[in-house]
Structure formats: structure tokens, C-alpha cells
Design a protein around this ligand. Structure first.
Ligand code: FA5
Length: 358
């Protein structure tokens, strides 16, 4: 029978094995929980020091002084061994805790274990929804949908569209240049790309990202989306353009929407026009309408008859064929349709914003 009672040893062993389990459970804990658990373990280490090391061991040493001299050596060794075990356990636990604290300090400040919107399935982004709806409308109107390319060269983005190097429109459509080419400023590049390999009759749309050296504000971004449409055949005229756009507007914005054309200028169309639609929120009845600003009209796209120079550039005989083209900003359409006040909202990845649209 030694000096240390079984119930003291059992109490210590149980305490330590519980604590070791807690330490094992520290793995893969999220930051906040890990911090709390580390503090718990630290408190328990202090408890070992005060209760076992200072309390019980000091008590045993006091008892040792009162025991028979013949037992002193053996009991003394027993107490020392117990003390060593406790000190060893404290050292190992403290090392583990310090390691966890270091980990916590350098951990990224995000929590991969968080249960994020657990019952909410992912949704399409509003710009994707608008693009899909636009594609459906134009498909119903008999347009083929052709993929586009964003990395371009100056020839397809400018020159072939009758915008030579010294043309003032180059400033307005300035973009990002790099050694391999440029990022396209509009989807009109696809008129050239498609017509180089396909010959009329053709009626197609192409949509995707465009880039400009524009500063970000509520209606501009350096990266945005456009939809380009064109139709070329024998005897295509301006009325075909007007009729097509009427049908598009009625299908997409509603049958009561009115359309207005005003003359404009684009180097690749002649004549050119800008098309506005009647405000589908206030019909021009509200002076403080946030969408049309009281004018009753909202400008939505540029259009015109394809310039014969462009047709010649893609080896199409302008004496035999004619065509129309139009181009619109997809963010602008989405902003109008869903009353989104700032273009930057599309790109900020706010889940709450994305969840609004179905
Ligand atoms: C063009 O880009 C012509 N290519 C459109 C066209 C095609 C005309 C075919 C005739 C025939 P414009 O620069 O106006 O035109 O741009 C068209 C639309 O793109 C604008 O009305 C606007 O909605 C959108 N847009 C232009 N720049 C930006 C920008 N920085 N941020 C967001 N949208 C933009």
C-alpha cells in the first residue's frame, strides 16, 4: 500500500483522459468555437496546477514528513513520480494548446464549416436570366444564336466596321490593349466574324461581355454585356428593322410599349438610329419617375442599316444584299426591367441581391 490513495489516482487519471479527449476535439473547429475551447482547456490546466500539483502533492509531502522513516524513501519516490507525471501532462497539453493558438492566429478569417443558407438552392444570376430571356425572344423571332469571342484584334473590332485608326469614335470605344490584341468594345465584332464564314441569308444574334476604358459609375462599367443582332438578305430594308424591334419590344417589355426612333450615328450603319421605348413604369405620367426621369421615353439600343462598306469588307455584294443591325446593353435592359438603380450591384456578389430574382 503506497502513500497515494487509489481514489486520488483515479480522479487524476479521469480528469486527464477527459481533457485529452477535449484536446482531440479541437481539430477542425471553426474559429470562434476553437477560441472558446482553448480557453476552457487553459482553465483546466490551471485547475490541475492548483488542485493536483499544489493541493494534493503538497498535502502528500506534508504527510510524508509524518510517516515512518523506513517508508520515507519509497513514499518520497512515489510522490515524485506522481509529480513528474502531472508536470509532464501539463507540459504536453500546454504545447498542444500553444500550437492551436498559433494556428488560430494565422488562420484565414473565414469559416468553412459555417452552414451557409442551408435550405436555399443556388440561382442563376440576374444577368444570366435576362440573357436567357432575350435569347428566347429573339429565337421566337427566327434569330439564330451564335457564340462570340471577347479577345479581339483591332481589325475586327474597328477597321472592318468602318472605324479606321484616326476615327474619332475610337476615343469613345477605347479599350484594354495587350500584346496579343484587345478586349472587344462591343459585340459588333461578331458581324464581321460571322459574315466572314457565313453568307446571306442570315439572321443572327450574338451576346456576351464587352470592355471599355470607362470609369465605374451608376450606369457604366469597364466590363459589361451587349447583345448584337443582324439580318442580311436581298431587299432587307429599314421597315424590316423597325418591325423586328417592335416585335421584340412587345414580347419583352409588354404589348402596350411604344417605340420611338431618332436619327443617330454609327460608322458601321447608314442610316443609323437610336431606339427608345415608352416608359413602362409611368407612361410619361410622373415627372419624378426614377426610370425615365419624367421624359416618358427610355433609350435602349442603337441600330441602323449595315453600311455597304462593312458588307464589302466581308465580301458581300451591297448591290445584291442589304441588312440591318442593332446592339443593346444587357445591364441597361436588366436595370430598366427590374428597376435596379446602380450597375455595380450586378457585380458585387451580394447573395441577398442575387436571391431577389427568380
Ligand atoms: C454600340 O456599342 C454599338 N455597337 C451598337 C450598335 C450595334 C449600333 C449595331 C448599331 C448597329 P454604344 O456605344 O451606344 O453602341 O453601346 C450600346 C449600349 O451598350 C449602350 O446603350 C449601353 O447600354 C451599353 N454600354 C456602353 N458602354 C457601357 C458601359 N461602359 N457600361 C455599361 N453599359 C455600356
Amino acid at each position: 500500500m503506497g502513500i497515494i490513495k487509489d481514489d486520488v489516482l483515479n480522479k487524476y487519471n479521469n480528469f486527464i483522459s477527459e481533457l485529452k479527449k477535449e484536446i482531440e476535439e479541437l481539430e477542425h473547429k471553426p474559429n470562434q468555437e476553437l477560441k472558446e475551447k482553448i480557453n476552457n482547456v487553459k482553465k483546466k490546466v490551471e485547475l490541475i496546477k492548483s488542485e493536483f500539483l499544489k493541493g494534493i502533492v503538497s498535502q502528500l509531502l506534508r504527510e510524508l514528513s509524518k510517516t515512518e522513516p523506513s517508508n520515507k524513501k519509497e513514499f518520497g519516490q512515489e510522490i515524485n513520480k506522481f509529480k513528474e507525471i502531472i508536470e509532464n501532462d501539463i507540459r504536453k497539453i500546454t504545447q498542444k494548446i500553444e500550437k492551436k493558438e498559433r494556428e488560430l492566429k494565422y488562420r484565414f478569417n473565414f469559416d468553412l464549416s459555417i452552414k451557409f443558407l442551408p435550405d436555399t438552392p443556388g440561382k442563376l444570376h440576374i444577368l444570366t436570366i435576362v440573357q436567357k430571356n432575350l435569347m428566347n425572344v429573339f429565337a421566337e423571332l427566327g434569330f439564330e444564336i451564335i457564340d462570340g469571342i471577347e479577345i479581339e484584334d483591332e481589325y475586327h473590332n474597328f477597321e472592318a466596321l468602318n472605324i479606321p485608326a484616326d476615327h474619332p469614335a475610337r476615343d469613345m470605344w477605347d479599350t484594354f490593349y495587350f500584346s496579343g490584341g484587345i478586349l472587344r468594345t462591343h459585340t459588333s465584332n461578331m458581324q464581321i466574324r460571322i459574315l466572314k464564314t457565313r453568307k446571306p441569308p442570315i439572321k443572327a444574334i450574338s451576346l456576351g461581355k464587352c470592355y471599355r476604358r470607362d470609369n465605374m459609375d451608376a450606369t457604366h462599367s469597364f466590363q459589361f454585356h451587349q447583345l448584337e443582332g443582324f439580318s442580311i438578305d436581298e431587299k432587307i430594308n429599314f421597315l424590316d428593322l423597325v418591325r423586328t424591334l417592335y416585335k421584340f419590344v412587345h414580347k419583352y417589355f409588354g404589348p402596350n410599349t411604344k417605340v420611338n426612333f431618332v436619327p443617330s450615328y454609327f460608322p458601321f450603319t447608314e442610316p443609323s438610329a437610336e431606339m427608345s421605348i415608352s416608359c413602362f413604369y409611368c407612361s410619361g405620367q410622373k415627372n419624378d419617375c426614377s426610370v425615365c426621369k419624367g421624359s416618358g421615353w427610355i433609350e435602349i439600343l442603337g441600330c441602323g442599316m449595315i453600311n455597304p462598306i462593312v458588307l464589302k469588307n466581308v465580301d458581300i455584294d451591297p448591290e445584291k444584299f442589304s441588312g440591318f443591325a442593332f446592339g443593346m446593353g444587357i445591364e441597361r435592359i436588366a436595370m430598366l426591367k427590374y428597376k435596379i438603380p446602380d450597375i455595380r450591384m450586378f457585380y458585387q456578389n451580394y447573395v441577398e441581391f442575387n436571391q431577389l430574382w427568380r
